[in-house]
Structures are given as structure tokens and as C-alpha cells.
Design a protein around this ligand. Structure first.
Ligand SMILES: *Cc1c(COP(=O)(O)O)cnc(C)c1O
Length: 394
């Protein structure tokens, strides 16, 4: 079966007594056992029976197994946010004294998790230019490097590094590769095939189906010894950030129609980017445009689609504010890949808590607007954006 068919036709592990067509929400917290021996086996991981919904729940398990079926991974674990998934993975591979090698261009909270929260626990992070494969190879050759962490398309810089090359370098030194693939859905490409050992997705974005709920996925391709056991037998229990059944239900519905939404949303983004690129007053960045420096690597790595996020630059911060305040259709909001088009000024919001020096080091420009293109007719989105640009530049 093709991925889209699996997204619809993955059967649940036990037949539903009523023949329900969608996986029911098992809003149960605890589960009864036939006898103490079976109960002991469940608590000690010797069978798959659910015991407590902080660790396992039939509705969440169904969603996890469907993603496993689609990605061909060894295991998939669902968390209650993208950040919870990233935290669990880094807690799994790092210990006091270890070093994370990563990009200067990172999602704001991932950066702060590494620098502040993990920093306090004695984990060091080195930020590099991931386009410089030699520098990365030098860094991963050091002792105590726990992982190479990367985002497949950085936000908001829209940089796309050569994952296969970086993974080869990391693997030459026995270092696992962890990739945040939130920007392109896992239905479009195979992260495991590019050399990624552990894939992380904020399912809040494309999967949830229009911003319905928060969630995260850890997709384990089996490259790290014992990682699946560590996650299921230790971290899920101790961190307590497992996905809830209601959210798994919504994520599953979103996954069923992801293909339809993604086709339209990425085509709309291409249409909006192409129209904006004709306006010489602004600088547009979208990897789908043929003159974008990452066009080729994006096409080669991610199956020929370019996602629904684009950015453009206005002359200064004040014109960005005027642009934002003049929007009538496009919403002033964070989040990505909602059904509605969204705009944000990243420097003053997501990256606002950072210092100006930190923003500069991360190439987060004060002049940048980020757009997530939705499912509206792109003509209406373009009209709203051009009207707001006219005000911004007046
Ligand atoms: C949104 C996002 C996250 C965090 O996900 P949440 O579900 O909001 O916790 C992590 N990485 C990237 C690239 C994101 O866009």
C-alpha cells in the first residue's frame, strides 16, 4: 500500500465491537488485568497490554502504529508537544558532560532548551554553520559528542543543509543524527533513508489538521542501540509527557487528510511566493523558487515539494510592524500550517526573549516577515499581502 492509503486504511490492533470506522477515543486512565501474572508482565514490559495512560493508551498506540507503518521506523512514540518530544530525545542521548553539535539556526525554544535547561544540567552545545561539512566533521569527532541535531529547513532562515553528507560525517564518528523534520511532512520523504537515526516532528503543525491540537512524534529508525527501550521503559514514565487520547484522535484525523491539505497548501505557497517574487521592492525566500539557493537540495531531499512557509524582507522593523498591522485576511499569529494563512514578525515575537546579539548570531533579521500559507484561494491572500506591503512602504 502507498503511504496515503496506509494513512486511511491502517486497522486497529483489536476489532471494535461496534465496527466503528474510526479508532475510538479510549479515555481510560487505568486498565484491568485477568490476573496478577499478566499484570506483572505488563508493568515489566513483557507484554503489550496497556496499564496506565501516562505510558500507553489504545488510541495513542493506534496513532503511533499508523505512523510507524507509514515511515517504516522501528518505533514511534507520541508526545504532548513537539518540545516534549525534543526534550525526551535529548534527555535520552545526553548526560552531564556531553556535547550537542547543532546549527546556529534553530527553533527558538530548542535553542533555549539546549542553552538554558540542559546547560544547567551540564550539557554543552556547540552551534555551527551546518553548510560547512568540514567544520561539522571536526566537531563530531570530539569525545563526548552525544548527537548531531539539525532541522531539515530552518525557521525562519529557510536554510537546507545536505542531510546525507552530514549524516555520513556523523556516522563515521559513531554519532547519531537527530532531525527535526516539522517543516516537510514524513509522508513526502524518508528521513531514515537520508541517514537520520531519530526523527522528531511537531505534529502540532502539518499533522494536527489546521491547528487543532499540540503534539510531537519521535520516530526511531533503529540507529541508536537500546533507544526504544530507554524511551518506553524509562523516559515516558519519568517525564510524563505522553500524548493524550483525545489529541491522538485529532492527530489521526489530521493524518488521514494530510495529503489533500499538503498538496493544496504547498501549491498555494508556491503561487503566493511566485507572485511576491515579481515585486522588486521586497526580497522573497521560498525554496520552491528556481533561483533560491536551496531549491535543488530541497527537491532532491524531500520528494519535490517545498512546504507552505515562506519569508520576505521589508526595509526595517517599523515597516514590518506597519505591514503586520495592515493585514485584513492573513492572521497575525504564530503557528505554522494552519488552514488559515498566518503572518508573524519572528524577531520581536518567537525570538523576542533573546538578546539582539543572540538574534544576530542566529541570523534572525529585524526586517523579516514569516508567512504560513493556508488553504484559502491564493488570489485573496496575495491581494491582502500586497495591500499591506503598500501601506508598509508608503
Ligand atoms: C513548532 C515547532 C517546534 C515545537 O513544537 P510544539 O508542538 O509547539 O511544542 C519544534 N520545532 C519546530 C521546527 C517547530 O516549528
Amino acid at each position: 500500500m502507498k503511504k496515503q492509503t496506509k494513512a486511511i486504511h491502517f486497522d486497529y490492533q483489536q476489532p471494535d465491537p461496534y465496527g466503528a470506522l474510526s479508532m475510538p477515543v479510549y479515555n481510560a486512565l487505568a486498565y484491568e488485568f485477568d490476573n496478577s501474572a499478566v499484570m506483572a508482565d505488563s508493568f515489566c514490559g513483557r507484554n503489550d497490554l496497556p496499564d496506565y495512560s501516562r505510558v500507553t493508551n489504545p488510541t495513542v498506540t493506534y496513532f503511533e502504529r499508523k505512523v510507524r507503518e507509514i515511515t517504516g521506523a522501528r518505533d514511534v512514540i507520541a508526545f504532548n508537544s513537539g518540545m516534549a518530544a525534543i526534550t525526551a530525545v535529548l534527555m535520552g542521548v545526553c548526560r552531564s558532560g556531553s556535547e550537542i553539535v547543532t546549527s546556529r539556526h534553530l527553533f527558538g525554544n530548542t535553542y533555549l532548551l539546549m542553552v538554558k535547561t540542559l546547560g544547567r544540567l551540564g550539557v554543552k552545545t556547540t552551534f555551527l554553520d551546518l553548510l560547512d561539512t568540514e567544520a561539522v566533521e571536526m566537531a563530531v569527532s570530539r569525545e563526548n559528542v552525544s548527537c548531531l541535531f539539525l532541522e531539515i529547513m530552518t525557521n525562519p532562515q529557510m536554510e537546507i543543509a545536505d542531510i546525507r553528507k552530514l549524516a555520513d560525517a556523523a556516522h563515521r564518528h559513531g554519532v547519531p543524527v537527530i532531525a527535526d523534520t516539522t517543516m516537510i511532512p514524513f509522508t513526502e520523504f524518508n528521513a531514515g533513508g537520508l541517514g537520520v537515526d531519530i526523527e522528531i516532528v511537531s505534529s502540532t503543525k502539518y499533522i494536527s489538521g489546521g491547528g487543532t491540537s499540540l503534539g510531537g512524534l519521535v520516530i526511531d529508525y533503529g540507529g541508536v542501540d537500546g533507544f526504544d527501550t530507554l524511551m518506553r521503559r524509562e523516559l515516558l514514565l519519568n517525564l510524563g509527557s505522553y500524548m493524550t487520547p483525545q489529541v491522538a484522535y485529532m492527530m489521526n484525523l489530521g493524518l488521514e487528510n494530510l495529503n489533500a491539505r499538503y498538496r493544496l497548501q504547498s501549491a498555494n505557497a508556491m503561487a503566493v511566493a511566485s507572485r511576491l517574487a515579481e515585486d522588486k521592492r521586497i526580497r522573497v525566500c521560498y525554496p520552491g523558487l528556481a533561483d533560491n539557493p536551496f531549491h535543488q537540495i530541497c527537491r532532491d531531499s524531500f520528494g519535490g515539494s517545498y512546504g507552505a512557509m515562506l519569508t520576505f524582507e521589508l526595509p526595517d522593523e517599523q515597516s514590518c510592524y506597519r505591514f503586520m498591522d495592515s493585514l485584513k485576511l492573513v492572521k497575525r499569529a504564530t503557528n505554522l500550517f494552519d488552514n488559515r494563512s498566518l503572518a508573524i514578525h519572528p524577531a520581536s515575537t518567537i525570538f523576542g526573549p533573546l538578546t539582539a546579539e543572540e538574534r544576530k548570531a542566529m541570523d534572525v533579521s529585524d526586517c523579516l516577515i514569516r508567512l504560513s500559507v493556508g488553504l484559502e484561494d491564493p488570489d485573496d491572500v496575495v491581494e491582502d499581502i500586497f495591500a499591506a506591503i503598500d501601506v508598509a512602504l508608503a
